[in-house]
Write a protein that binds this ligand. Structure first.
Ligand code: ADP
Length: 418
């Protein structure tokens, strides 16, 4: 039976108050019972009255007397008769007996009929549940593409089926993302492994390799293993931050930014890069301190990597409404507008081979976004190719720090003016 077809047409025309399957079932059930009861009483009445009309009652008292028969003979005949009370009692007993017979027959018929009707009605009412069960049975862990797509009125069962479909959609997306992530991660790990294996094979097969050659091989292998170690660290960090129960403390944003700026002062000056700070004091956020440090470090690391020799990096922070922001701006090559969203995807790199050779895991910005979002904030990118890039992390201020600010549930759309 096609549930969608049966449920759809008549139910669509129902008034609002009848859209609840509970109400519909109650109305339907009582209507059927009422009809059957009316039928029962009607048939009892009809049957009884017909039977009473056709039933003859014996005349009263017993007496005998001569009676002349049609052929002229005279015969002594004996009559059985009752007095009025006996006569009444006999009639009542007769009537009750017949009423009982009719009741039993009618109840038997009613029982069988209500069983049949109840069976059909329950089948109709529960058909959507049957469909949900079938779909749930057909869904396997590896194929989440099936949907119930129940048609008909917007009742409890339709809502249940739609919720189930929504849940399947979300699981499907998450499952896909997970598969893609595992595939990408394996691919990323394969690359340094291949480098290690090839270099070792070459060194082993070269019988004349001297200490310098072997040192050279060891250096390449070490670089590749460092890349792998970094990738594994990043993967672990992502996995940990996906798990519930991430730590949160009251953190001073200025302290974190200063610490990270100090850490990157050396690599920046090695490239002749000027690291500018303009950090607002007193911005407290409820945050996982280590994670926030990692987010700032990832942005600074990218800025140092992409800034030209003698370039300039600006590290700033401030507040807007009930939000704190921190930004890292560089004057590197910048990022094309069509890639502004993509750079936050896992394993996305603008220049694949160059990024790999420079040691990037392709997870840096994905981690920054994950950290920002897990704190209830977000990260934005503003960049003009050729002029540099500015990354801004928005974080909700703790209620005390945000006092007096007009609360907004989302980070401001505009990048703060620095
Ligand atoms: P990776 O660890 O490989 O750098 P990220 O997720 O940190 O990966 O960055 C993704 C890509 O975004 C990088 O390959 C790089 O091309 C680009 N990118 C990141 N930061 C900057 C920046 N400050 N300037 C220009 N491009 C950048």
């Amino acid at each position: 039976m096609n549930v969608q077809d049966t449920a759809a047409a008549p139910a669509d025309r129902l008034p609002d108050w009848m859209r609840s399957i509970r109400v519909r079932y109650a109305v339907l059930y009582s209507a059927v019972l009422f009809g059957l009861a009316a039928l029962l009483i009607g048939s009892l009445y009809l049957g009884l009255s017909m039977k009473l009309h056709s039933t003859s009652v014996n005349p009263p008292t017993t007496f005998s007397g001569p009676v002349r028969l049609p052929d002229g003979r005279v015969q002594q005949v004996e009559f059985n008769a009752y007095n009025t009370r006996e006569f009444q009692a006999k009639i009542n007993a007769n009537t009750l007996e017949q009423l009982r017979d009719f009741s039993f027959i009618a109840l038997g018929v009613l029982f069988v009929a209500s069983l049949g009707i109840g069976w059909v009605i329950a089948g109709q009412v529960l058909a959507p549940i049957q469909r949900i069960t079938e779909v749930a049975r057909e869904i396997s862990a590896t194929d989440l593409s099936r949907r119930i797509q129940l048609k008909g009125p917007d009742d409890e069962l339709k809502q249940l089926a739609d919720t189930f479909d929504d849940m399947l959609g979300r699981l499907d997306t998450a499952f896909d993302a997970q598969q893609r992530f595992v595939a990408d991660a394996s691919h990323e790990l394969r690359n340094p492994l291949a480098v290690i294996r090839t270099n070792i094979d070459v060194a082993l097969s070269d019988k004349r390799a001297d200490a310098d050659d072997l040192r050279q091989t060891a250096t390449v292998v070490r670089r590749a293993s460092e890349r792998m170690a970094r990738l594994v660290d990043d993967l672990l960090l992502i996995a940990r931050r996906q798990a519930p129960g991430v730590r949160s403390d009251l953190v001073d944003l200025a302290a974190i930014m200063s610490e990270e700026a100090d850490e990157f002062a050396a690599p920046a000056s090695a490239k002749g890069i000027e690291l500018d700070r303009s950090i607002e004091a007193g911005l407290a956020v409820t945050s996982d301190r280590d994670a926030l440090k990692r987010a700032v470090a990832n942005l600074l690391e990218n800025a140092v990597r992409h800034s030209p020799e003698g370039g300039r990096i600006q590290l700033r922070s401030g507040r807007q409404g009930n939000w704190a922001w921190l930004s890292v701006a560089d004057n590197g090559p910048g990022i094309a507008p069509e890639l502004h969203e993509k750079v936050f995807d896992r394993f996305f790199r603008v220049d694949r081979s160059r990024a790999r050779s420079e040691g990037g895991s392709g997870l840096g910005l994905a981690i920054v976004r994950q950290i920002a979002r897990s704190h209830g904030g977000d990260v934005q990118l503003r960049s003009t190719p050729g002029e540099g890039a500015t990354f801004v992390i928005w974080l909700p201020l703790t209620p005390a720090a945000a006092e007096g600010a007009v609360p907004s549930a989302k980070p401001p759309a505009a990048t703060p003016v620095s």
